[in-house]
Design a protein around this ligand. Structure first.
Ligand SMILES: [Zn+2]
Length: 323
């Protein structure tokens, strides 16, 4: 079982009208390729670009949400939405791929807790607080100048997400936003698609202290497959690309700090253009990461945890905290 904590497929559904019921030559995710790779589910991110603001962002998120619903309706014999860990298990028992919903960039919520609750009721299970711009909720890793972490409204968002059982996703967040959430959130927090800064210096990767704190809080990090986040050796010339070996290096580093129960896979497929790691051209190949872990002597029970069980477990913990 593989459960991926972050793919950007909804953007592809509306931008390129991708039919995800068939094998595509473009992009990295569709239902047949998930099936071929034994990927049982993925969080589909409703991604709003940083330059899109206000009502336009809200409309954009709703359009992606609708397109994702439509795709699941059209291919109801292969996939179904899952709004809870229980529904993932139910879908799996029926042999269906689970499509979970996340929102990447809280801009569509504006400054309204009612909108946050509405998106939750529509099935959005996590919110990545920012993308590459500071917004009304929090500062981002790419800017990080507006609030010095969470905004006053962002603190209300954190409390409300705790109450609802929504996952607070800190990928893209500034370091200060990260630490504010570690301090303020009553529930574990997650980073759905992030790597380790000790192995690759990108500002958006997590420091050792952050990985440790994430684990101690019962949270989760999904290791990202984007070559720029995996290795400082990767550059514009693209003469060399990181592959499964570098991905497993990040997994092992994160496990050493956060613990084996707190790490998973958050590929970022469909959000990385055609810049994929060596040998991992699409989601059907994600399983090669697990093969590399086995080759390095990982116990099968731990491979299973990283492949998806940890993500479902943290989701359960966060839901339980709300009850
Ligand atoms: Zn992202």
């Amino acid at each position: 079982m593989i459960i991926d904590s972050h793919v950007d497929t909804p953007t592809q559904l509306i931008r390129y009208k991708r039919n995800i019921g068939v094998v595509n030559q473009e992009g990295q995710v569709d239902f047949p390729r998930m099936k071929a790779g034994e990927v049982d589910g993925a969080f589909f991110a409703l991604y709003t670009p940083p330059e899109m603001k206000g009502a336009e962002a809200t409309r954009h998120a709703l359009e992606m949400l609708g397109a994702t619903y439509d795709a699941c309706d059209e291919y109801a014999d292969v996939a179904a939405l899952a709004f809870s860990p229980d529904e993932v298990a139910q879908n799996r028992a029926k042999g269906l791929i689970s499509v979970m919903l996340g929102m990447e960039n809280a801009e569509p919520v504006g400054e309204s807790l009612s909108l946050l609750r509405a998106f939750y009721r529509l099935g959005v299970s996590y919110v990545t607080l920012t993308h590459n711009a500071d917004n009304a909720v929090a500062d981002s890793a790419a800017e990080g100048t507006r609030w010095g972490g969470l905004s006053p409204f962002g603190r209300e968002v954190v409390a409300e997400m705790n109450a609802l059982g929504m996952m607070i996703d800190l990928s893209h967040a500034s370091d200060k936003t990260f630490w504010d959430c570690i301090e303020r959130s009553a529930a574990p927090v997650v980073a759905t698609h992030s790597c380790c800064r000790a192995l690759c210096s990108h500002r958006r990767n997590l420091t050792d202290e952050m990985l440790k704190a994430l684990g101690e809080k019962g949270g989760y990090v999904g290791i990202n497959f984007y070559p720029y986040f995996l290795s400082d050796r990767f550059d514009e010339a693209k003469a060399w690309r990181p592959g499964v070996s570098e991905i497993v290096d990040h997994i092992e580093h994160a496990v050493a700090l956060a613990g084996v129960g707190h790490v998973g896979i958050g590929s970022d497929f469909d959000g990385i253009d055609d810049c994929t790691p060596e040998g991992l051209g699409d989601i059907s190949k994600s399983r090669l990461v697990l093969d590399e872990m086995r080759r390095r002597g990982w116990a099968e029970k731990d491979v299973i945890r990283v492949a998806g069980q940890n993500l479902l477990d943290v989701w359960c913990r966060i839901v339980n905290c709300s009850e």
